[in-house]
Design a protein around this ligand. Structure first.
Ligand code: F6R
Length: 262
């Protein structure tokens, strides 16, 4: 796992955007369009803004690129501004100039939710798998909505949100009661199949989850620790999010010398 510690949220966004640009260009070199895994929440917003700025100034063309959102609330109308259908449309599809037909979000309104999850897995497979999955991390260590105790082999499915996650996400809604109890989420097994993982986190509130993910044991109690199993995962964090790590000096040494071994 690469651990990249930078000074500010803007630096986190720039470093993550650079990796996405690299993945898009790499796919293009092989005459195909990249498939991106898309996180929602506040953490990746700066990354999407950095990419949108490149699209606006003409240095990045994402036409043909497709995207798969990580998750969606169950029972929230797609027109609700906090549904991930709406969030992906307004913070990703539109600003990045993606074709909406190429951007999928799990269907939390489906009458048969498990069939919708199976269809979602199938559409990822049909697209040839995800080239780069962008991730955030919950204060309880979740990735997607894979809450603590989620199986590392899990696939896209229905999950019940923990009280902690509902409290954390209440800031997006008018009240805690409005935060849905359930979500559909790509599983940890699904996420681990992406060819590259990039997790971004900012702020002290994430420091304990970040330390458990990077330096803690592999454990379903910290779903993000599954990133330790991935051969191509980068965690890009600011100093506050890195503040509970023990090996900071080592990670900085590795990154300072990375050009010598790449
Ligand atoms: C959202 C998602 C979640 C968030 C996590 C952090 O698609 O998958 O795992 O990344 O809850 O949320 P923020 O970034 O709002 O702190």
């Amino acid at each position: 796992m690469r651990v990249i510690i930078v000074d500010s949220a803007a630096d986190v966004a720039a470093a993550a955007a650079a990796r996405i640009v690299r993945a898009v260009n790499r796919a293009r070199k092989h005459s195909r369009a990249a498939v991106l895994g898309l996180a929602t929440g506040s953490s990746p917003l700066g990354t999407y803004e950095a990419l949108a700025a490149l699209v606006r100034d003409g240095s990045l063309d994402l036409r043909g690129v497709s995207g798969f959102a990580l998750d969606e609330y169950v029972g929230l109308d797609h027109a609700h501004p906090e549904s991930y259908h709406a969030v992906i449309r307004t913070s990703v599809t539109e600003p990045l100039g993606l074709d909406p037909a190429f951007v999928r979000v799990p269907d939390g309104l489906a009458s048969d939710l498990s069939a919708a999850c199976e269809a979602y897995e199938q559409s990822i497979a049909d697209a040839g798998g995800v080239d780069l999955q962008l991730l955030g991390i919950g204060t309880n260590g979740h990735i997607g909505f894979n809450e603590p105790t989620s199986s590392f082999g899990s696939r896209t499915r229905l999950k019940t949100l923990t009280p902690q996650t509902r409290r954390d996400n209440a800031r997006f809604f008018d009240s805690l009661e409005q935060v849905p109890m359930h979500a559909l989420t790509q599983g940890i097994g699904t996420i681990l199949e992406a060819r590259e993982l990039v997790l971004v986190a900012n702020g002290e509130g994430k420091a304990s989850a970040v330390a458990a993910m990077i330096e803690g044991p592999l454990s379903s109690m910290c779903p993000a620790s599954a990133l330790q199993l991935h051969p191509n995962a980068a965690v890009i964090i600011d100093r506050a999010a890195a503040s509970q790590l023990n090996y900071t000096e080592y990670y900085e040494q590795v990154e300072a010398n990375a050009h010598l071994v790449e």
